[in-house]
Design a protein around this ligand. Structure first.
Ligand code: MF3
Ligand code: CO
Length: 249
């Protein structure tokens, strides 16, 4: 069941969305060669708690940290660790969720660590632009899969692939609500898009094949062929005035 949000609820989700955007923005400066992924998690969690908000991922289905940090061939859900240090040439995806006054915000960015290869830069650019291609389709009267189709066709036109096994989602008083928002599919399918829908749209894009596997830690998702992967996510609301990005920086 898709839960439509009132304008008062969307106002609350602006607050959580803004906090996610702000902390991700601050993390951009913290991302440097030599930093551990655990340090990034500590930083994010302390910023959230300082704002009297709740880290949404910590404890979610047993996830142990506040931030997901996924490096290179890791797609999503990388667990921060004291042992893991960023190094020059890596690309690193940061995924963050918070809850403020009962409402969630969720977003992700992929960042370069120092100088990176042309191919890695291209992958990051295409993934971020694919997210915006999807967001453009999020308007009243369209169908949910118009978002999915726009993302898939953009990504595949560059020879990259979209991950199938993980999808975007509705969001509100739960981190994950209906509907699922796949990053692939034919247009004109699924529920009609309506004012009051709030969605987390999150393309995960691989240089190689779309297949993924889960590491022994039961969380970290990596590309089956160990090719590079990038992830961008925004929480968006469909309002009377059109689409609004709640996690915009
Ligand atoms: N952005 C991811 C999602 O929406 C984050 C979930 S990670 C978890 O699915 F750790 F909370 F599970
Ligand atoms: Co999400």
């Amino acid at each position: 069941m898709i839960i439509l949000k009132t304008s008062q609820e969307i106002e609350k989700m602006r607050v959580s969305g803004r906090l996610v955007a702000e902390v991700l923005q601050e993390l951009k400066e913290a991302v440097q060669a030599g930093v551990t992924t655990e340090e990034l998690d500590r930083f994010a969690e302390s910023r959230i708690i300082a704002k009297k908000a709740i880290p949404a991922f910590k404890g979610y289905r047993g996830y142990p940290k506040s931030l997901c940090v996924s490096i290179n061939e890791e797609v999503v859900h990388g667990i921060p660790s004291r042992q893991r240090r960023l190094k020059e040439g890596d690309i690193v995806s940061l995924d963050l969720g918070v809850k403020v006054e009962g409402y969630y915000g969720d977003a992700a960015i992929t960042l370069p660590v120092g100088g990176i290869s042309q191919g890695a830069r291209r992958l990051m650019e295409v993934t971020e632009r694919a997210l915006y291609m999807g967001i453009e389709q999020a308007h009243e009267g369209g169908h949910l899969s118009d978002i999915s189709h726009a993302i898939q066709s953009y990504v595949e036109s560059f020879g990259f692939s979209v991950v199938r096994a993980f999808v975007g989602h509705g969001i509100g008083t739960s981190l994950h609500e209906d509907p699922q928002v796949p990053n692939f599919g034919s247009p004109g399918r699924g529920p009609k898009l309506r004012e009051g829908m709030v969605l987390a749209i999150e393309p995960m894009v691989n240089v190689g094949g779309y297949e993924v596997e889960i590491q022994e830690d039961n969380w970290t998702v990596l590309t089956a062929d160990r090719s590079l992967s990038a992830h961008f996510e925004h929480t968006i609301a469909i309002t009377r005035k059109g689409v609004e990005i709640l996690t915009a920086h």
